[in-house]
Ligand binder design. Sequence first.
Ligand code: ATP
Length: 199
Amino acid sequence: MCLKRIDIQGFKSFGDRIKLELHPGLSVIVGPNGSGKSNISDAISWCLGEQRASLLRGSRMEDVIFVGSDKRKPVGMAEVTLTLDNGAKLFSLPYEEISITRRFYRSGESEFLINKVPCRLKDIQALFMDTGLGRGAYSLIGQGKVDEILSSRPEERRTVIEEAAGIVKFRHRKEESLRKLSAAQQDLNRITDIVDELA
Ligand code: ATP
């Protein structure tokens, strides 16, 4: 999966519309302190459905809307669109590209869109579930997170890697299958006991 483009308008320090084109491989965002590098990663988490203002380094959701600067007036809405490549059909939608849009107005109203079609936050969260890119996943690793992962126990670290790799759903399915297998084995044992009693 490849994040191809990020469109941001009215989000945090980005009063004007900006478009970031990303290419396969490593992309690095550099800039002076306070120039908005972390605001870009906040924009990605927010668009993926982050609802906790504290994790977006604010105290309430309205803090994501551009509050104005010396040169520019405040705006009334924040909007972020992520465009992802779906050539490998990681997402179960029949499109080559998937775009996810989130808007938030000062009035408190929110809008979510998948490929420009209005949807619910739940739909976006469901779309990303098990892709390793969802809200709770570890594809986005903040500064403090690195230390947290390095000092975690091996089992916890394994969970992080599994989530980022998007294999959690396979582990869940395996656990579910083992549970069913064990239930079937117990039924079989009971039937064998009954047959033995009747023999
Ligand atoms: P550093 O290298 O120091 O970590 P950075 O490049 O990651 O900095 P950010 O933390 O992304 O910078 O950006 C901080 C800037 O964003 C601050 O100048 C802050 O005033 C501005 N900012 C945050 N929220 C808003 C907002 N709602 N409206 C306008 N500007 C905002």
